[in-house]
Design a protein around this ligand. Structure first.
Ligand code: FMN
Length: 187
């Protein structure tokens, strides 16, 4: 698959087969992820992989509870209240793998760099038949000092991106987008 096909085909995938994503596959995708551009050449990224189903389920419940217990603190999630109240809704889409990308705050560019790495990862995953979904809800928990310490994340690293992923079970047709707006052109 060439990169243009991957860009055309990529969608947020929320339904995965039971097939685990092997360590070598994940390592190769992360190797490609970090080929992203990086401000001042600082490469300010670090990764956490979760593949324990019990832990992933527990974290999903924890995030739902935390957001619902204090919706005012999470205005960005209030529109999803009914999802969060549903017993069936799983924050990580029942994925067997969750990839978390942390950015080193010593780089002024860490949010850009890690987001570009996440983009690379998602496009490269497309070639493996692996679907991904960026999980903004994870912000409610994965930047906690306790969570980071428990997962070996050094001080000074901040959560940038969380992806749920797995071999795609239910594919989604290519996306359509609004016409891009050009604020000016040769003005
Ligand atoms: C910053 C960000 C946060 C997102 N958070 C979530 C999320 O928590 N749960 C989810 O199911 N999708 C999440 N998404 C996926 C978007 O819903 C999705 O990208 C959008 O609907 C466009 O669909 P597409 O990715 O298939 O083109 C997020 C995407 C981004 C970029």
């Amino acid at each position: 698959m060439n990169v243009l096909e991957a860009i055309e085909k990529r969608r947020s995938i929320r339904s995965y087969t039971q097939q685990p994503v092997e360590k070598e596959t994940l390592e190769n995708l992360v190797r490609l992820a970090v080929k992203a551009p990086t401000g001042s050449g600082m490469e300010p990224w670090g990764f956490v992989v979760l593949q324990n189903a019990e832990e992933i389920n527990r974290l999903s419940d924890q995030i739902k509870r935390r957001v619902l217990d204090d919706l005012d603190a999470y205005p960005q999630f209030s529109q999803y209240e009914s999802w969060l109240r549903s017993g069936r809704y799983h924050i990580f889409n029942n994925a067997g793998t969750v990839l978390i990308i942390y950015g080193d705050e010593r780089s002024p560019w860490h949010v850009y760099d890690c987001s570009l790495a996440a983009g690379n990862f998602m496009l490269a995953a497309e070639n493996e038949g692996i679907g991904c979904c960026w999980i903004g809800f994870a912000e409610a928990l994965f930047d906690d000092p306790e969570f980071k310490a428990a997962h070996g994340v050094p001080e000074g690293f901040r959560l940038v991106s969380t992806l749920s992923l797995g071999y795609t079970k239910v594919a989604v047709p290519p996306c359509s987008r609004k016409e891009p707006i050009f604020f000016s052109w040769n003005k």
